[in-house]
Design a protein around this ligand. Sequence first.
Ligand code: SAH
Length: 390
Amino acid sequence: MQKKCPVFGKCGGCQYLNLSYEETLKKKQKELKDLFGKEYRLHPIQGMEHPYFYRNKVHAVFDHDRKGEPIAGVYREGSHQVIPVEHCLIEDEISGNIIQTIRGMLKSFKIRTYDEDSGYGLLRHVLVRRGFASGQIMVVLVTASPIFPSKNNFVKALRSKHPEISTIVQNINGRGTSMVLGNREQVLYGKGYIEDTLCGCTFRISSKSFYQINPTQTEVLYAKALELADLKGTERVIDAYCGIGTIGIIAAKKAKEVIGVELNADAVRDAVINAKRNNCNNIRFYCQDAGKFLVEMAEQGEKADVVILDPPRSGSTEEFMDCVAKLAPKKVVYISCGPDTQARDLKYFKKLGYVGKEVYGVDLFPFTKHTETVVLLSKHKSDNSINTRF
Ligand code: SAH
């Protein structure tokens, strides 16, 4: 049965919540058809059996209402007005409950929520991440100042209400920016990170690292990507935009060697530890812009057999794709959370001789307008042999 949300249309999180799940899948399929349909064979999008409460990362902005009561929720779409959200249909329920508990504790601890206009107050955001496989939970309290009065008692009280919490981190974000997390962090309880398992490998996740928000569907996605890569154990693989190394570490079991490249230093630190944690000795990580890194590899005359790329929603760059062609892999597996930028990039890849035939959609973000797609590109055999005869 279709579920209703009181803030639908205001929060902007689930654009398609007015439709049944089947209808959302049809709509997404049609969107992919419009983007890829003419040139590619489009497979039916892989949906979820239980498409609710799938987000393993829950973020709430803190503010107060006119009566001074603390509220936790989301910014109204396109504004900085906070709309209270008490129960979200796509977010992990345990994480959502922790956020509500924190909201309820603020008054007795005399913790004021941060006011963007005046700059007064302490608590700006709370972020909760839960490893669905491990059950480990990380709570990140984002504060405007490092001074957190009675923090030890606060942590103790929160833990007694939610003994399932594994770690609590204070992140300090004093700047007037729209970024949620600042650079400074202090671990208030536990290890400062959590672990989770995907495709049989265990990964460490810290507060600022990227980690796929829907682990159930991520396993479907990674399995498809690796099926397309069809590794035999002899290949040199590049995992570009690798985050905490998930795809590369899973692929390394079936490859000779893997090279991961990622811009976010925290994610790379997690990736290096993750490789050790999974006894993976045939992977190396580099903290660099993926495009610049490939330019250097190409300049040094390096080659690769398979390139897997999973760029952010903005897609890849011509610099990156030009260098992929120079590394001359047999296969390129392009994973994308932005099918429109992927369609743009596929056109460019085609000019470079890398051609895809089929598009696989995976519904990583049920009830939102977003879809994840994977495409295998193979090196098109050009007619160079004919040209060189003359
Ligand atoms: N493959 C990973 C991460 C994908 S998200 C996974 O499945 O978990 C995209 C990643 O690209 C993020 O970790 C982001 O930090 C990284 N990124 C963004 N711009 C980048 C760039 N120019 N060069 C390298 N990595 C970049």
